[in-house]
Ligand binder design. Structure first.
Ligand SMILES: [Fe+2]
Ligand SMILES: [Fe+2]
Length: 240
């Protein structure tokens, strides 16, 4: 396996590892680096992939410069190698929503995390990320996304995940592929708040969606998020 590197927006790097034996066409695990005075990593990746991924990230930014370790929610592919990163990047700290710190990360992380409030902005120096709590969207009590405001990039984690090994970033419609992936793995937790939470993300009108599995998207991001919100409503009423 190899981890490929692509710059999907100005100073936003995607590190993608395609694991061929998951699902019919394999599955990618992507990390994102926001390159700034205080570089930030979104998703740590699986522990098994840490040697490969950390080597590749280290070719873009020296690991002792890495300042922030972040992830969408507590889960092996999102946060599994959190402590390996804390050890390899001695100046880094985990930043995670207040609730997630209280419930899990205060105990699990080898160094004290920085709790993030709803809408709190971290100024990275040249880039700035806004924390948006999205509890249970698409899953996980502690779930959140980050919005990098200078490039309008929404680091949206598992939302709109696709199987296979598509291009690093596309403006082609990925909605059908994302819905097939939803049907296959059924990762989303449909609650009364799911659609409304996704609609609030659509209102940001992002220029790019940095997606954890599959291609990133730089088409009409507001529109595809609204389609996703509608689909969530459909699925919720169908199950009721
Ligand atoms: Fe997840
Ligand atoms: Fe994931």
């Amino acid at each position: 396996m190899q981890t490929r590197i692509d710059e999907i927006a100005d100073g936003i790097y995607r590190f993608s590892t395609h694991v061929p034996d998951i699902g019919p066409t394999g599955f990618t695990f992507n990390q994102f680096l926001v390159d700034a005075d205080e570089p930030l990593l979104f998703h740590t990746g699986l522990r098994a992939l840490f040697p490969l991924v950390s080597d590749t990230v280290g070719s873009v930014v020296a690991l002792d410069k890495l300042r922030w370790i972040t992830f969408g929610h507590l889960e092996a592919d999102e946060s599994g190698s959190m402590n390996e990163w804390l050890a390899a990047a001695p100046n880094s700290q985990v930043a995670h929503p207040f609730m997630g710190c209280m419930v899990s990360i205060n105990d699990l992380a080898d160094r004290e995390p920085r709790p993030l409030g709803q809408n709190e902005v971290i100024d990275l120096g040249g880039k700035q990320v806004r924390n948006i709590d999205t509890p249970h969207v698409p899953h996980g009590w502690d779930a959140h996304v980050l919005y990098e405001e200078t490039t309008a990039t929404l680091l949206c984690g598992d939302l709109l995940s696709q199987i296979g090994n598509g291009p690093p970033v596309t403006s082609d419609d990925i909605f059908e592929a994302a819905m097939q992936t939803e049907d296959m793995f059924q990762p989303t937790c449909f609650t009364p708040n799911t659609a409304q939470t996704i609609r609030a993300l659509a209102e940001l009108r992002p220029a790019t969606l940095a997606i954890m599995h599959g291609s990133s998207y730089n088409g009409d991001c507001g529109k595809i998020l609204l389609e996703l919100a509608e689909d969530c409503e459909r699925r919720r009423s169908a199950s009721a």
